[in-house]
Design a protein around this ligand. Structure first.
Ligand SMILES: Nc1ncnc2c1ncn2[C@@H]1O[C@H](COP(=O)(O)OP(=O)(O)OP(=O)(O)O)[C@@H](O)[C@H]1O
Length: 302
C-alpha cells in the first residue's frame, strides 16, 4: 500500500479531569494528508483542534497514537514544519524584512546575504507588504503583522504548514483581504497546509478538503468533505459557483445538527463526503440556495 505524505494513526488525548478521573478530549484520530493539499479542520470549541495541530507541530504529545511524516515519526518540533498562531509571534526589535530574513537564514545558512534578502522580499511582496520593509512590528496594524507571520512561514518553505486560526483576531474586512493573499501565496507555492478555522466560508475558499470534528469529549474526525471548486479561487466570485452553496449548506448542517452524534467509518478513518457531486461548476447560484445558506449561517453565528 502506498504511504501518504503525512499519516496520523489513532491519536488520542487524555487529561486529568480535576476530580481524580480522566477526560478523553479526542480519540482514535486517523487521517492522511497528501503533498500539496490544503486541508482545513472545523469543529466546535474544545473538541481538540489546537491540540491535534500542536501534536503535528511537535509542541504537544498525544496520549496514544502517532504521526508519521515522510516515513519518519514526529517526536518534537522541526524546521520542516512551520506554525502560524492567532497571535503573531514576531520579534519586536527587528524590522518586517529582518523578521523574515532571520527565519530564512536559519533555514538556509549556506545562502548569500543577497539571496536571503531577495527571497525574503519576494514573500513580503506576495502579501502586499513591500512598502513596509523597514517598519518594526509596533508600527504595523494587527492585520499587517499577521501578513508578516504568514509570509515568514511560507518563505521558509516547510514541508508542512500548520495554521491555527491565523485570522481569528482580525476584523472581518482585514480578514477578507488576508484570505485573498493567502490564496495567492498558496497558488504560487502549493505547499501542504493544515489549518484550523471556525469560518466555513474561509474553509471553502482555501481548502481541497475539510475535516469535520464531532464534539468532545471523545471527539473524532468524523468526515472529510471534498471541496469540488476549481483553483484559482477568489473571495469575490467563489459564491457564484453552485458547488460553493452545496458545500456550505452541508458544513453548516453538520455543525448545527450533526456534530454531537457524527461518527467516522468503522476503521476510524473519516467518512468521505462530496456534497457538490453532480453540481455544475459554473454559472450563478440560484437566489433560493443563497437564502438557505444565509439562514444556516445565522444559525451557526447565533
Ligand atoms: N492542560 C490541560 N488540562 C486539562 N484540559 C485541557 C488542558 N489543555 C487543554 N485542555 C482541554 O482540552 C480540550 C481541547 O482543547 P483545544 O484547545 O485543543 O480545543 P480546540 O478545539 O482547539 O478549541 P477552540 O476552538 O476553542 O480553540 C479543551 O476542552 C480544553 O479544556
Amino acid at each position: 500500500m502506498s504511504k501518504s505524505f503525512l499519516e496520523v494513526d489513532g491519536l488520542s488525548k487524555v487529561y486529568p479531569d480535576g476530580q481524580g478521573g480522566e477526560l478523553t478530549v479526542f480519540e482514535d484520530i486517523r487521517f492522511a494528508l497528501e503533498k500539496g493539499e490544503f486541508v482545513c479542520i472545523i469543529g466546535h470549541s474544545g473538541c481538540g483542534k489546537s491540540t491535534i495541530l500542536n501534536v503535528l507541530a511537535g509542541l504537544d504529545e498525544a496520549s496514544a497514537g502517532n504521526v508519521v511524516m515522510n516515513g519518519k515519526e514526529i517526536k518534537g518540533p522541526g524546521l520542516e514544519r512551520g506554525v502560524v498562531f492567532q497571535n503573531y509571534s514576531l520579534l519586536p526589535w527587528k524590522t518586517t524584512l529582518n523578521n523574515i530574513v532571520f527565519a530564512v537564514r536559519a533555514r538556509w545558512p549556506e545562502w548569500s546575504k543577497e539571496k536571503v534578502k531577495e527571497h525574503s522580499e519576494r514573500y513580503l511582496k506576495m502579501v502586499g507588504l513591500d512598502h513596509a520593509l523597514n517598519r518594526k512590528p509596533s508600527q504595523l496594524s494587527g492585520g499587517m503583522r499577521q501578513r508578516v507571520s504568514i509570509a515568514r512561514a511560507f518563505a521558509t518553505q516547510p514541508e508542512l504548514l500548520l495554521l491555527d486560526e491565523p485570522f481569528g483576531a482580525l476584523d472581518a474586512l482585514t480578514r477578507g483581504v488576508i484570505q485573498d493573499e493567502l490564496v495567492k501565496i498558496w497558488e504560487e507555492t502549493r505547499q501542504t497546509v493544515f489549518m484550523i478555522t471556525h469560518d466555513v466560508d474561509e474553509a471553502i475558499l482555501l481548502s481541497d478538503r475539510i475535516f469535520l470534528m464531532s464534539n468532545g469529549p471523545n471527539a473524532r474526525i468524523a468526515e472529510s468533505v471534498k471541496v469540488d471548486i476549481p483553483h484559482p479561487r477568489a473571495r469575490a466570485t467563489i459564491f457564484q459557483n453552485p458547488a460553493y452553496h452545496k458545500t456550505r449548506d452541508y458544513l453548516v448542517d453538520f455543525l448545527v445538527n450533526r456534530s454531537g452524534s457524527a461518527l467516522p467509518e468503522k476503521d476510524g478513518t473519516p467518512k468521505i463526503v462530496e456534497p457538490a457531486q453532480g453540481v455544475a461548476q459554473s454559472g450563478p447560484a440560484s437566489d433560493e440556495s443563497e437564502t438557505e445558506s444565509e439562514t444556516a449561517a445565522r444559525a451557526v453565528n447565533a
